[in-house]
Design a binder for this molecule. Structure first.
Ligand code: GLN
Length: 190
């Protein structure tokens, strides 16, 4: 059976994740409601704007069922804004933005600079033979990773790809470099 993966589609860069997952053979559902969420086996939280996504999670009624599924151990990949949503602690966030606390990291929003601070750089990823071209766009920086967190890649010594149990987060956008290896790894993880 094809794995059934949801991509949270309230806001932000969900389409590129959906594309790459489909090309890898997954069945992909765009998630905008609790009913849609209930049908998937795993989830991607894309990049975008974490404050807006947080508000939309509330107004769509997704916040509670999402928190419940994630606490139950559903596999999740959070990129950029998605990483911010999953973190235990957010610096430079809005006071009312939700942080789901699914992975024990502290992230600083826009840590690499503001609007124009986008760049691409090769990072070495544990378990991958060749470097991964990582695209950073107003990316969150990991300021602290707890002892349970496995750091799978760093840039300038700062963690940029982290895993803790069923939760994987990236500061960068693995969906934008045309390299399916991290999505492939995610599909193999559940
Ligand atoms: N800076 C954005 C935020 O704080 C994240 C940027 C991104 O997802 N590309 O939500």
């Amino acid at each position: 059976m094809k794995p059934r993966v949801g991509v949270l589609a309230l806001q932000g860069g969900f389409a590129a994740h959906a594309d790459i997952l489909q090309r890898l053979g997954a069945r992909v559902d765009e998630i905008r409601s609790a009913e849609q969420l209930a049908a998937v086996d795993a989830l991607v939280l894309p990049g975008g704007e974490s404050t807006t996504m947080s508000m939309l999670l509330e107004s769509s009624g997704l916040l509670e069922p999402l928190t419940e599924r994630l606490n139950d151990g559903m596999a999740v990949l959070g990129t950029c804004a998605g990483m911010i949503l999953l973190a235990a602690e957010v610096i430079d966030g809005r006071a009312d933005q939700h942080c789901l606390g699914l992975i024990d990291i502290t992230v600083r929003r826009n840590a690499y600079g503001s609007q124009i601070a986008s760049f691409e750089t090769d990072v070495a990823v544990d378990g991958l033979d060749e470097p991964f071209a990582a695209v950073f766009i107003r990316a969150p920086g990991v300021e602290r990773a707890g002892p349970e967190v496995e750091v799978q890649a760093r840039h300038d010594r700062r963690p940029v790809l982290c895993r803790s149990g069923s939760v994987t987060v990236a500061s960068f956008h693995p969906e934008l470099s045309g390299d399916p290896r991290l999505h492939q790894r995610f599909l193999e993880s559940f």
